[in-house]
Design a binder for this molecule. Sequence first.
Ligand SMILES: [Zn+2]
Length: 401
Amino acid sequence: MLLALCGCTAFGSAPAVLARVLPTDLTPLVVRGYGPTDSDERGLWQAFDTLEERLAASNLLVDDPILKAYVQHVTERLLGDVASDLRIYIVRNPDFNASMAPNGMMIVHTGLLARMRSEAQLAAVLGHESGHYLRRHSLQQWRSVKTRTAIMSFVSLGGAVASASTGYNWYDLANSINNALLLSIFSFSREQESEADAYGLQLLREASYPPTAAGEIWRQVIEERKASAAARNKRYHDTSRSAFSTHPPSDVRMNDLNETTAAVERVDPNGAHYDDGRTEWSAAISEVRPTLIEEQIKLNDPGASQYLLDSLAQDGWDSALRYYEGEVYRLRDEPGDAERAARAYATAVDYADVLPEAYRAHGYAQLKAGNTDEGRRALARYLELRPDAADVEMVRFSMGQ
Ligand SMILES: [Zn+2]
């Protein structure tokens, strides 16, 4: 996995000292069309095949053909032929996370995609997760799990049906099959994480993405956590620093990444021509991005949410970013926030390409402030743009007041 946020830390015996792994030490342990080689590995694959079937049948997946094709294209650019052995699932979950199963099922959370600023950053994630697959980390991890006998009986267990609308997330889906299974992809050792980091950097360089993209992601994550803590008047505490953690502490890991990046770049000091693909990424994500940002805003973690908006806005503010800025204030609801939200909504409807929901928010804010005409005009515009919205009747009623 890319980052442990799920708290399964007291697992396995993690070495206290982390040795940095250089990409030159690594070769792939699987080739295209690889399949399990013994009964241990077959059992592990079967378990994940079952999980994958249930996930594919759930309503937790983002089904956007443009985004899916784009992610597949980036994976092919990174991995070549082997990419056809991987299946990438974009799962609705606001956590910043991604994980890799041994059978080729890769899970990327919407919360991760919401935070990516370029194709190179996405490639850094895909490269890291592919590193776990190509180095067969799950199998190593699986063989070290003491409770592994338990997994063999997973098939007989009934599973809860995962559904976004009923509040289940895919962790529950995996849990319903077997706890040990979930742990085997969520608890790679520190060395394995370092290997995956190094492998990912190598893949980035070979595909002409700037290897610095990986370190950027970590910087963003650390800064966001600090912003989240500061907004709650808490001191930032790097929880992965615990002795029980199987994941390298974030700042240590970021420094390792940056040093390995420097080593990777020295390999090819003259010929390197990198393109971070910022424009391509913006185009691919634009359709679904508002819903991904909304998942984060609804967590009502104002520090983290505002950090995310400011981070994305470095590439330019737009209607959706301003609208969600207003939503952060509305949900926080401290003195002065209603006025701040109203200002953000007013700015949001000033863009050429307006998010329809911005008109609704602006309309209500103006009605509340006593600007009846302006409020009604904005709500009418919302209804024009979203004639099938679930709240059409309620909005009409508000306009008539
Ligand atoms: Zn990982």
